[in-house]
Ligand binder design. Structure first.
Ligand code: NAD
Length: 306
């Protein structure tokens, strides 16, 4: 009995501590929504972006270069990566392309060796490379599944494993994981893709807490990015013939994401209200959540999913 009373007392003390320490943080966050923090300076720093040859990665690279940041563009598609670099150099920054399959740990290790030798340490690691596939599970071959998990999930683990050590030594770094709205709200018309993005969110959340426990979180930041559809590729635009919400343009998405990264935001959902919407929805029973799916987000009814 004595034990239980002290347990309850301890619990109340802990709860009071959380409230006392939590309220100022909450107010500061609300304040920063109204008056956003000033973005950090990245001029002369080095960003490494995977999948920077095309689409969102390329636009984020351009946004960073516009702020004077040097950029390493990593892609399996070397030609596109080199094309990106040509445009980046016109913005008066250093840019270099490497052909790397980021799903291979060995290739990522060799990349780090080459980058450290040629350019030095990486300030911003942006894990953007990913494969997008709109399919029900039956439509996926086992090969598809392996590839999607290797590229979309393992690559984040490999690059972080390889580049984190130097960030810790330097007491400086920022790891960005490009996930997706489908990593917060399951997309049944893209089962394996959605699974891979939930995994990215899990990895980023676990890494963030690891860094905090180890005392590194004040100088090594993490940002998880969860965008709704972006008009980067023809297959995405074709899939969403009548989207419930407007597709984001690549340029707009990259601008918002880059701004959020430079403000050290932990989570960036695009459009912003989706984040709140998804979290709010999760308070309700699944059957109510399904009404939201049926009436508000129903792209899958309008299209052929393989
Ligand atoms: N487009 C969208 O609607 C959307 C929405 C939410 C999240 N995302 C995410 O944004 C990221 C970029 O998507 P995107 O629409 O720009 O796609 P994209 O296909 O236009 O570009 C992806 C780039 O990654 C490269 N890549 C693919 N596999 C690779 C590998 N194994 N190693 C190195 N590079 C590789 C490709 O060559 C390409 O240049 C992805 O992670 C995607 O899941 C996209």
């Amino acid at each position: 009995m004595h034990h239980r009373l002290t347990d309850i007392f301890q619990y109340l003390v802990d709860l009071t501590t959380v409230i006392v320490l939590g309220l100022p943080i909450l107010f500061r966050e609300i304040f920063s929504l109204i008056f956003p923090r000033t973005p950090k300076e990245v001029s002369g720093q080095l960003a490494l972006i995977t999948g920077g040859g095309n689409g969102l990665g390329r636009e984020i690279a351009l946004q960073l270069a516009g702020k004077g940041c040097n950029v390493i563009v990593v892609d399996v598609d070397l030609k596109s990566a080199e094309d990106t670099c040509v445009v980046l150099r016109k913005l008066n920054v250093k840019a270099h392309a490497y052909r790397v399959d980021v799903s291979s740990y060995e290739e990522v290790q060799s990349l780090a060796t080459a980058v450290y030798k040629d350019f030095g340490p990486v300030d911003l690691l942006i894990n953007n490379a990913g494969l997008i596939q709109f399919k029900f599970l039956e439509g996926n071959t086992t090969e598809d599944v392996h590839r999607m998990i290797d590229v979309n999930v393992k690559s984040h683990i490999w690059t972080t494993k390889v580049f984190l050590e130097r960030m810790i030594e330097r007491k400086r770094g920022h790891i960005v994981g490009i996930s997706s709205m489908s990593g917060m709200f399951a997309f049944p018309w893209a089962v394996v893709y959605s699974t891979s993005k939930f995994a990215v969110n899990g990895f980023m959340a676990a890494m963030r807490e690891q860094l905090r426990l180890q005392g590194h979180s004040e100088y090594i930041r993490t940002t998880t990015v969860c965008p709704y559809y972006i008009a980067t590729r023809k297959d995405i635009v074709d899939f969403l013939q009548k989207p419930r919400f407007q597709l984001l343009t690549t340029e707009h998405a990259a601008r918002v994401i880059t701004k959020g990264i430079l403000r050290n935001e932990t989570m960036i959902a695009l459009p912003r209200f989706f984040d709140l919407g998804v979290k709010f929805m999760q308070l309700f029973p699944v059957k109510v959540q399904q009404l939201v799916r049926d009436y508000m987000i129903r792209e899958y009814e309008l299209n052929q999913v393989q």
